[in-house]
Design a protein around this ligand. Structure first.
Ligand SMILES: Nc1ncnc2c1ncn2[C@@H]1O[C@H](COP(=O)(O)OP(=O)(O)OP(=O)(O)O)[C@@H](O)[C@H]1O
Ligand SMILES: [Mg+2]
Length: 357
């Protein structure tokens, strides 16, 4: 075996020339190097780094500069730089997103823009998953400010109860287990909820609901990428996120923001549902692209994710939501219900196989 052309100490010395982006300290004294290996040929080098950041460009900058520094080492062969990037919150507290006992898959339904149909999609997706698998499915409304799942299922807060040890028991309706943060708040509470309190409430809420055994838990998130969404992502281990958008540019821009929040926190985006996609006129049978055409598909391509489905704008769908009987239950044979079942099937196959992040 040839003797190495250089030592581990020399590798460290070279890496001292690289500063951690945004800091005056070098990456060696920063303590982010977890391993240095010199291959048996004495020339090839592998360095492993462990960093806590939600900015992937930091790793890239370190990689570029460390690569240059190590290439300058006389006699060096191939240089491999590997990064283990951790979520900073996880790294700080030692507690990352947790699985929920008994719950097999957790799927978040999100959007950047409000009112695009998240709750409608979440409710119908949950019902379709239940109908398709015959399994046990839960639906959780994570919107503290404007809870809507209760209305969409015609249930009220009285249905939810708490045990003596402060565990929350979900309500059962239409074969689903339902829970809404709104159940826990008095009518005038939302106004006083601010930043840190929202975070704590959301965490406690998510950890205290006794779901029992569930095949799928669907989380209906509030619009945007604020405290509640981030807390959800950092509290429960999501299998993935479904992003809802309308075909309009304004909604698509916000969908992009939501998608980037999930990517930054290592949650796979399972795909996009384009809601209010088109209007099928009952009079002339024509399809009208009220909010423009093709937006969801373009965005899915741009983000490199699946277009999970296109749900038309439909009077019965809106009425079903208002009346406490989502369309998949109300008109199971109709075109909208069929589309929701197709979406559910795609979501299922996406979460049943492991997704690389
Ligand atoms: N495909 C559709 N056809 C007709 N009406 C729809 C459709 N999707 C949603 N709606 C209606 O649009 C309104 C907003 O939908 P929904 O509450 O699901 O949106 P959201 O994204 O959850 O809103 P928020 O951001 O406030 O949480 C509701 O009245 C709902 O019934
Ligand atoms: Mg909603």
């Amino acid at each position: 075996m040839p003797s190495p052309a250089f030592s581990e100490a020399q590798i460290r010395e070279q890496l001292r020339a690289v500063r951690y982006p945004g800091f005056s300290r070098d990456i060696v004294s920063f303590g982010i190097i977890s391993a240095i290996e010199i291959a048996p040929n004495g020339r090839d080098v592998t360095v492993r780094f462990k960093i806590a950041t939600n900015q992937p460009q930091i790793a890239q900058q370190i990689k570029d500069q460390a690569g240059v520094a190590l290439q300058a080492l006389p006699g060096v062969g191939d240089v491999r730089l590997e990064f283990d990037i951790q979520n900073p919150v996880t790294a700080q507290t030692g507690v990352g997103p947790q699985t929920l006992p008994g719950v097999r898959h957790i799927i978040a339904v999100a959007s950047g823009k409000g009112g695009v149909g998240k709750s409608t999609v979440a409710a119908n997706l949950a019902i379709a998953l239940q109908a398709e698998t015959g399994g046990s499915v839960g639906l959780c409304d994570c919107d503290l400010y404007g809870p809507s799942i209760a209305l969409m299922f015609g249930v009220d807060r009285e249905g939810a109860s708490a045990t003596e040890d402060e565990q929350i028991i979900p309500v059962e309706a239409h074969g689903l287990k339902l829970m809404s943060m709104g159940f826990l708040l008095s009518e005038d509470a939302p106004a006083i909820l601010r930043g840190p309190m929202v975070t704590r409430l959301t965490q406690q809420f998510l950890r205290r609901v006794v779901w029992g055994d569930l095949d799928y838990l669907v989380l209906d998130l509030p619009p945007g990428t604020g405290d509640i969404q981030l807390t959800v992502v950092q509290t429960v281990a999501l299998d993935g996120a479904v992003i809802v958008t309308t075909p309009q540019e304004v909604a698509l821009i916000d969908a992009r923001k939501a998608s980037s929040m999930f990517s930054k926190t290592n949650v796979p985006v399972l795909g996009i549902v384009e809601n209010m996609s088109y209007f099928l006129c009952p009079g002339d049978g024509q399809r009208y692209d009220i909010f423009g055409a093709g937006g969801g598909e373009r965005e899915a391509k741009r983000l490199g994710v699946a277009l999970l489905g296109q749900v038309p704008i439909d009077i019965a769908t809106r009425e079903g939501g208002d009346r406490g009987r989502p369309i998949v239950l109300g008109e199971p044979a109709g075109a909208v219900a069929q589309e929701f079942r197709a979406i559910a099937a795609r979501v299922r196959s996406a979460v049943e196989r492991p997704v690389a992040v």
